[in-house]
Each structure stands twice: as structure tokens, then as C-alpha cells.
Design a protein around this ligand. Structure first.
Ligand SMILES: CC(C)(COP(=O)(O)OP(=O)(O)OC[C@H]1O[C@@H](n2cnc3c(N)ncnc32)[C@H](O)[C@@H]1OP(=O)(O)O)[C@@H](O)C(=O)NCCC(=O)NCCS
Length: 344
């Protein structure tokens, strides 16, 4: 593969499968062991409309950023940004981002907007880059660790809690959320223009495991590829929507599975039921074994009560206190903004 650009002592390359080990070597300890890239790298190499850019200094890999074109060609989703530990704090992240933005705009002249998600935990370190973005919205993140072995007991415990709060007899199973298994139903719900308001999509986007997409036709195929398991509180005009992403391996605690549940809507009862239903489903499939890291992404108003709901003598241990996912956008059409940046 040929070099695609250079700037300030860095050369830029389009990543290939053979770069996997190099990429892993600059990814050690990223996101507290929660890094998704070891698992996703191969898929990224073949995903349509995705380009992964590598930055090298001499021949050594020092940085990576991925650009993924979504929203029917209008939006550049940037992900995976990382710089090797020895080169941090010297502006390398800025260099690779500037190059990747311009490279992607050349390949996809329809691009209008750049979007990214990040945790509020990183925000304070990146105020300068954040200042160029508009914040679209935020969600709270409830993060637990647990052991697959204890989950049957844990889920029975939660079901009992749900039954007792709804006054149902313990023998009666709790009212389930409605699975959305039919592609036609799912499509109608996602493309309903009222959806963003009814389920309070933050910034009007559906965020799937940190990837924010507008609920439009061109993104349905991307979501379908992700093999998600969807639930709504009702089929007609739902005001609560949730899905889980199939658990995948991460480095945390010597090797764990990461289980992400995304929720949209503010109804606490639906959030509790969705949590239990997702767990039941994923356990039926035998997908939660060994050490598990669970992240539930949800409306800020639900965090505290969901944390209390999940607290119990068995099951999950809170991994981190309240934290948030932030969704940000900026215009990429150059002009005045581009000029301002070069004068800084
Ligand atoms: C965050 C990280 C990529 C920053 O790399 P760096 O080269 O040390 O960054 P610097 O502090 O030298 O900042 C250089 C530029 O990158 C920007 N930047 C820093 N962190 C950023 C972030 N998280 N998102 C976007 N831009 C960021 C800075 O604002 C600065 O921009 P400028 O050149 O336009 O002024 C690096 O610390 C890293 O790899 N951390 C581990 C992985 C990670 O947390 N990635 C962030 C995902 S959101």
C-alpha cells in the first residue's frame, strides 16, 4: 500500500489487515481495558465506506483514526483515535485528524458534517478540540462488572423486585417488553418522523455502542449488519426503545466480555424491564460466560434509580460512578472555520 500523505514528520497510510499487530501495540491499556478495536479491526478493514488511517513516524506506527461515512454520505463519523504512549502530548492527534478529515472529504465530496462521541471523562483533556464542536446531546452510562455464573440468580432477584413493585404475584412472570424481530416493523418504527421526540433520541441520533446514526433509510443497512436485539415498550408509537449489541471480547481484567445495552426513553419501568429482558435473552443464547463488563447507556434521569434497581446481594458490582457519553458535531465544509484554525 502506498503512502497517502505526509505532514510535520508523519506519513499517512490506509490500514490493512497486516497492520493488526502494530495497531495493537499502540492500543495497550486504552479505555481502561474496554477497547473494542482488537475485536472490530478485521470488520473495519472490509466495512463499506470506512477508511482507517495510520500515522507513521519513520517506519514506526504512532497513530490511528478511522473515518466512517454515514447518513447517506453527509456525515463523517470519526472513531478509534489513538496515539502511541511515547508520542502523546505533541500534537500528533491533531495532525492525523486534520489529514483524515481532508482525505475523507476528497474521497467523499458529499460530506458536510463530522460527528464523534466521547466520554466526559476525556473532555477535560481535550477542551481545545472540543471547542470546535457543537454538543448534540449526552447520555448517562451505568457500568458494572459481574460474573456470568451469578447471572441466573441475579436476574431472578430483579424479576422478584419488579413483581413486588408492580404488586404481581411472584409466580406471574413480569410483563415483557416487546421484541422487534420483524424487519418491516423495525423499519417503520425507526423511520417514523416522530421517533426522535417520542424516545428522546439525544441530538436526534440513535447511538449503537458509541456510534451515532440519524434514523434514516440509508443507515438501516448499517444497523442491520450489527446483529442487534431490539425491544420496544409497545409496537404502536413506542416511547421506549432499546437494543443490545452481541457481547464481544475485551482485555479488561485479563479477558472479559463487553455487553452493551443502549436505551432511549425516560420511562423507568420500561428501562428496568428492558434490562431484565436483554439479560434473559443473551443468557438463553449462552452468550454471557466468564467475566463480564456491562455498560448501559441511558437517559441521565434514569441512572440513579437503575443503579439502585441493579444493586443486590448477588450479581453486579458498579465499575465506575456516574459518567456520560457526549455526542458532538462540527461542520467540515472548510471556509471561514478552516481559515480560523490555521491562524491559531
Ligand atoms: C487522546 C489522544 C488521542 C490524544 O493524542 P495526543 O497526540 O497526545 O494529543 P495532544 O494532546 O497532543 O493534542 C493534539 C490535538 O488533538 C486534539 N485531541 C486531543 N484529544 C482528543 C480527542 N479525544 N478527540 C479529538 N481530538 C483530540 C487536541 O485538541 C489537539 O488538537 P489541535 O492540534 O487541533 O490543537 C491520546 O492521548 C490517546 O491515544 N489516548 C488513548 C486513547 C483515547 O483516549 N482516545 C480518545 C478517544 S475520544
Amino acid at each position: 500500500m502506498a503512502c497517502v500523505g505526509e505532514s510535520n514528520g508523519l506519513t499517512f497510510w490506509v490500514a490493512e489487515q497486516k497492520d493488526y499487530e502494530d495497531v495493537m501495540s499502540i492500543s495497550v491499556n486504552i479505555y481502561g481495558g474496554n477497547d473494542y478495536l482488537p475485536h472490530r479491526y478485521s470488520d473495519w478493514m472490509t466495512e463499506p465506506d470506512r477508511v482507517v488511517i495510520l500515522g507513521r513516524k519513520d517506519s514506526k506506527l504512532v497513530a490511528l483514526e478511522s473515518g466512517f461515512v454515514v447518513d447517506e454520505g453527509r456525515t463523517l463519523l470519526v472513531e478509534g483515535l489513538r496515539v502511541c504512549a511515547s508520542e502523546r502530548g505533541r500534537g500528533v492527534a491533531g495532525e492525523i485528524q486534520r489529514f483524515a478529515d481532508q482525505y475523507m472529504q476528497q474521497l467523499y465530496p458529499t460530506l458536510r458534517t463530522k460527528r464523534q462521541t466521547m466520554s466526559d471523562y476525556h473532555s477535560s483533556e481535550s477542551t481545545k478540540s472540543l471547542a470546535k464542536f457543537t454538543e448534540l446531546g449526552r447520555r448517562a452510562i451505568l457500568s458494572f462488572t459481574g460474573d456470568g455464573k451469578s447471572f441466573n440468580g441475579f436476574i431472578s432477584h430483579l424479576k422478584n423486585k419488579l413483581n413486588s413493585t408492580t404488586g404481581l404475584d411472584k409466580a406471574v412472570s413480569v410483563q415483557q417488553m416487546v421484541p422487534l424481530e420483524d424487519a418491516h416493523h423495525l423499519k417503520n418504527i425507526l423511520l417514523d418522523p416522530e421517533l426522535p421526540k417520542r424516545v428522546q433520541l439525544p441530538g436526534g441520533v440513535i447511538i449503537q455502542d458509541w456510534q451515532p446514526f440519524q434514523p434514516i433509510k440509508g443507515n438501516l443497512e448499517i444497523l442491520a449488519r450489527r446483529n442487534l436485539t431490539w425491544l420496544v415498550n409497545k409496537l404502536e408509537k413506542p416511547n421506549f426503545l432499546s437494543f443490545y449489541t452481541p457481547p464481544y471480547p475485551i482485555a479488561f481484567d485479563g479477558g472479559s466480555l463487553r455487553f452493551n445495552i443502549d436505551m432511549f426513553g425516560t420511562d423507568l419501568d420500561s428501562a428496568k424491564r428492558a434490562f431484565v429482558s436483554h439479560f434473559e435473552k443473551v443468557m438463553e443464547k449462552g452468550l454471557l460466560t466468564g467475566k463480564i463488563m456491562i455498560h448501559v447507556f441511558l437517559d441521565q434521569s434514569l441512572w440513579k434509580e437503575m443503579k439502585e434497581f441493579c444493586a443486590g446481594e448477588t450479581g453486579l458490582k458498579l465499575w465506575r460512578e456516574y459518567w456520560e457519553q457526549v455526542i458532538m458535531e462540527r461542520d467540515v465544509r472548510g471556509g471561514a472555520e478552516g481559515k480560523r484554525e490555521s491562524n491559531m
